[in-house]
Ligand binder design. Structure first.
Ligand code: SF4
Length: 410
């Protein structure tokens, strides 16, 4: 059976879908809306170093090819970071809109909807409702979701903490094993994982085996929550709100499904979530805010919150490693600007007598990550642990975050 991509990933159809059916599960291109400004080509090429949007030929030839409906984007090399959707001024490139699927779930009395939202969402959604950039609207999001009909709202900060513990422990194990593969890279950014699989598969042993926070929470929603709340698993729909278009792609991975049912049924970007709320007449400015539903799965540490920006994951893991090895909390961690041209920040932590210091590097933008990957593969990297975020500045500038005022809003 073919999937109807306009309708999203219906849980039933997931069972029969083949991996290739999801080739456009995150990003859409409508060539008829393209005005050939090539902002997408610029961001794809210069920031991400990919050029998957480039089509050979002169501007006139490209325009003619587009009019004939020839594809010029989203080749097999695309990692679905969605940076092109942020800069496209006409909406020719946009994240696959699944607001209608979310509304179907919310209005179906036979479905129990469980939402999670990422650290960066609370700092970016406010802009869609006229708040200054960076205002934390966490409690307002919970109330807005409840008003929209959500049955349960959980915090991805909780699963980000789980990821920190897992990733920190994995790093420690690798550091203590002289045969282990080092340096270790973070695994929470799905566009980075797509990049490695597509462009540098030989780097896979260097990637942490830990799931992303979205995938960890999705797994808990489909396994632990049904037992805890006594709700049949088949009735639960797990919905994430993410700053990220590549998370749509991640949620549809067969490897992250159990018995062919995905742990995360649906991913809405921040822009889609704003559209859903506006469609229901819910204005964030008029809400007081309320607490999350389940206290246990809605607690998150300060370490989890900083997942939303570059160096956040690395800092969180460094705190964990330091605590486990020394029994002491780190009073302050100060990353410094790196002199390495492709590393944004770096940190060296003294782990005590007889132990080598831990060197951590922070990289963002895939053009930089490409260079660092080659350095690691040639055995020349000075780092033990490297954080990679595909989007410039991390998830707060993700492909699913609000566009500049005045740009195209679907
Ligand atoms: Fe998604 Fe964040 Fe990675 Fe961007 S940096 S692709 S928003 S996980």
């Amino acid at each position: 059976e073919k999937l109807d991509l306009k309708k999203g990933i219906a849980p039933g159809s997931y069972k029969v879908a083949k991996e290739e059916d999801y080739s456009d599960r995150a990003i859409w291109l409508d060539p008829n809306k393209c005005i050939r400004c090539e902002r997408c080509v610029e961001v794809c090429g210069k920031v991400q170093g990919l050029y998957v949007l480039t089509m050979k030929g002169s501007g006139r030839e490209r325009a003619a090819a587009l009019r004939e409906g020839k594809p010029w984007a989203l080749s097999d090399n695309c990692v679905r970071c969605g940076q092109c959707t942020v800069v496209c001024p006409t909406g020719a490139l946009q994240a696959r809109d699944q607001v209608d699927v979310a509304n179907d779930y919310l209005t179906d009395p036979g479905i129990y909807t469980v939402f999670q939202f990422a650290p960066a969402v609370r700092a970016t959604l406010g802009e869609e409702f006229g708040f200054p950039a960076g205002v934390n609207v966490e409690r307002k999001i919970v109330e807005a979701l409840k008003k929209a009909g959500a049955d349960c709202v959980l915090d991805t900060n909780f699963s980000a903490d789980v990821v920190i513990m897992e990733e920190g422990t994995e790093l420690l194990n690798r550091l203590n094993d002289k045969n282990a593969v080092l340096p270790m890279f973070t695994s929470c950014c799905p566009a980075w994982i797509n990049f490695v699989e597509l462009h540098k598969p030989e780097l896979i042993p260097h990637i942490s085996t830990t799931r992303s926070p979205q995938a960890v929470m999705g797994s808990l929603i489909k396994s632990w929550l049904p037992e805890k709340k006594g709700i049949p698993k088949e009735k639960i729909r797990s919905i994430s709100i993410m700053p990220c278009t590549a998370k749509k792609d991640e949620a549809a991975r067969q490897a992250l499904a159990k018995d062919a049912v995905p742990d995360v049924d649906l991913v809405l970007t921040v822009r889609e979530f704003a559209k859903l709320l506006k469609g229901k007449g819910i204005d964030l400015r008029k809400l007081e805010g309320q607490d999350f539903d389940t206290p246990f799965m809605s607690k998150g540490s300060g370490a989890a919150v900083i997942f939303g920006k570059t160096a956040g994951v690395a800092e969180a893991a460094a705190r964990t490693v330091y605590y486990v090895l020394t029994g002491k909390n780190v009073n302050s961690i100060q990353f410094k600007t790196s002199e390495h041209p492709h590393v944004e920040q770096e940190l060296t932590i003294d782990l005590g007598e007889g132990k080598s210091p831990l060197r951590i590097g922070v990289v963002h933008g895939l053009a930089n990550a490409d260079y660092i990957a080659d350095e690691v593969l040639s055995g020349k990297s000075p780092f033990d642990f490297i954080e990679v975020m595909s989007c410039p500045g991390g998830c707060i500038n993700g492909g699913g975050t609000p566009r500049e005022a005045g740009d195209y809003h679907p």
